[in-house]
Write a protein that binds this ligand. Structure first.
Ligand code: NAD
Length: 512
């Protein structure tokens, strides 16, 4: 029987205005969940509920909140296989990767359960006697979190876990096509004993979400917006929050470059390019966009890369494959448009392009019933091509060449994104010059563009985001506001800058 799911607000099922069918992209006739979709009113109501619940939650001592995070981690661990199976079923992510994604939630909980016993403030010396200065981290209030569905459980956990640990309440809006995975994650969080209303999940489409968020911001029930998704929608969310004097945490798209130097280990580079270009069918925000390879090793690299791509297994995501289907019909349609960006001056070196069908099979795989596509490598990409400049979410990688490292860095930065990047080299000087010059928030050396760890700052610049960072201690600045306190116990009014002791130096003093 098909799962029926609806939004949960204040611990209770909420009303739906319409229904959305979340389907299995490997077998599109299979409905994974029938999702009751909420409207803007429900979104705004959820923010009001969260605001009420947050007051009490903030009073729970941080180490106790940390214990709740510990329970979430244990619950996710105990349910890892079921959650990963659901992710595979709903978005077609190969099971091994889905299990890795679930592991990342556990890692995030492991990190933040300890933060409950730190969440440090500081004691700071005053410029006057008998006066003490302190800093405190205060929760921001209610966080509205809107997420994409390509990492339907790990990426949301990067927001939910630290936001809750810091004493905030959350209204979470998962992507429509990943609603069942989102609902399952919500249930695991709720089972850890979070009081009703502290975490709410609302299923809604983009337009209703935007209207609901606008209303909540006008009503003053949201103090932080977290958005993970496309640069296009991120811009709108950023504008809306800016009008309400808030800075959203924007985690957006990428056009992630991989530079291959003449001294690179080419086998390693091929392996890295294959995984970051075509793992999750190229649908990670950190997926490889363009290989920028030194002209002296271009032919050798391209030959090996094209051969590896031709041999890579695409198919049933329940099996051992490099990639399964595209996430959803919306992504398949968009990907087919990206394929029209291939121009006569390009050379496709990977074989067939387009949908895998009985007429266009891949080895013995005919792709029937699913959104499976041939992985594509396009050589001869130029800096003014759309293929070079724009994110192409899906299994397509461009290749271009360079002569000097400075030129490679310029090409890496040209599209104006700045999420992830990678360089393959055996010379430390190249690695550090690249790190310094590249605009990306994340740099890999002799490693693929993807594969973030849960305790390093994650985030981008330019079209990839507004400089906010998730994960590790850095995300605490998104979900807390610093409060400074000064306490004068001198019994007098001591005025800063004016009543400060003066010690007179002899600045004319010189050594003989
Ligand atoms: P999207 O921007 O279409 O949707 C993301 C979320 O926003 C969904 O929940 C959607 O329902 C909602 N939404 C859509 N329109 C909205 C609006 N007007 N107001 C408010 N919410 C709205 O993104 P997508 O196509 O689902 O996801 C893929 C994109 O996400 C890619 O660009 C990818 O690179 C990016 N992404 C970035 C990161 C990161 O951490 N930087 C991680 C994962 C995905």
């Amino acid at each position: 029987m098909t799962r029926q799911i609806v939004s949960v607000v204040g611990g209770k099922d909420a009303a739906s205005a319409s229904t959305y069918q979340s389907t299995n992209p490997a077998r599109i006739s299979e409905v994974v969940a029938s999702v009751g979709m909420a409207d803007a009113d429900t979104f705004a109501a959820a923010c009001r509920t969260a605001k009420e619940a947050q007051r009490e939650w903030a009073k729970v001592p941080a180490p106790v909140r940390g214990r709740v995070i510990a329970s979430i981690g244990r619950l996710v661990e105990a349910n890892a296989e079921s959650l990963a199976r659901l992710v595979t079923e709903e978005i077609g992510k190969p099971y091994a990767e889905a299990l890795g994604e679930v592991r990342e939630i556990v890692d995030t909980c492991d990190f933040f359960l300890g933060e409950g016993r730190r969440l440090y403030g500081q004691t700071v010396p005053s410029e006057m006697p008998d006066k003490n200065l302190f800093t405190f981290r205060n929760p921001v209030g209610v966080a509205a979190v809107i997420t994409a569905g390509n990492f339907p459980v790990a990426v949301p956990s990067w927001y939910l876990v630290p936001a809750l640990l810091c004493g905030n309440a959350v209204v979470w809006k998962p992507a429509e096509y990943a609603a069942a995975s989102g609902h399952a994650l919500y249930r695991l969080f709720a089972a850890a004993g979070l009081p009703d209303g502290v975490l709410n999940v609302v299923f809604a489409d983009g337009a209703e979400t935007f209207r609901g968020l606008e209303r909540a911001l006008e009503e003053g029930t949201v103090q932080k917006v977290g958005f993970t998704g496309s640069s296009e929608v991120g811009r709108k969310v950023g504008e809306l929050t800016g009008r309400h004097l808030q800075s959203a945490c924007l985690e957006l798209g990428g056009k992630n470059p991989m530079v291959i130097m003449p001294d690179a280990d080419l086998d390693l580079a091929v392996e890295g390019a294959l995984f970051s270009g075509f793992g999750t069918a190229g649908q990670r925000c950190t997926s490889l966009g363009t290989v920028i390879v030194h002209e002296s090793v271009h032919d050798e690299f391209l030959g090996r890369f094209a051969a590896a791509v031709r041999e890579a297994r695409i198919g049933d995501p329940g099996q051992e494959v490099l990639a399964g289907p595209l996430l959803d019909q919306k992504f398949a349609d968009r990907y087919e448009e990206y394929l029209t960006w291939i121009q006569p001056h390009h050379q496709v070196v990977s074989g067939e392009t387009g949908r895998i069908t009985p007429d266009s099979p891949r080895q013995d795989f005919t792709g029937e019933g699913g959104l499976f596509y041939h992985p594509v490598v396009v050589d001869g990409v130029r800096p003014d091509d759309r293929l070079f400049l724009e994110e192409t979410f899906g299994p397509i990688v461009g290749v271009t060449t360079f002569r000097t490292l400075d030129e490679a860095i310029e090409l890496a930065n040209l599209p104006g994104y700045g999420l992830s990047s990678s360089i393959y080299t055996t010379d430390a000087r190249n690695a550090f010059r690249f790190r310094e010059g590249v605009s990306a928030g994340m740099v890999s050396v002799n490693n693929s563009t993807s594969g973030a760890e849960a305790h390093l700052p994650f985030g981008g610049n330019g079209k990839s985001g507004n400089g906010s960072r998730q994960s590790g201690m850095w995300v605490l600045d998104q979900f807390t506001r610093w409060q400074a306190m000064n306490w004068d116990h001198s019994g007098r009014l001591q005025k800063a800058q004016m009543d400060v002791a003066d010690i007179t130096p002899d600045l004319d003093f010189r050594l003989p």
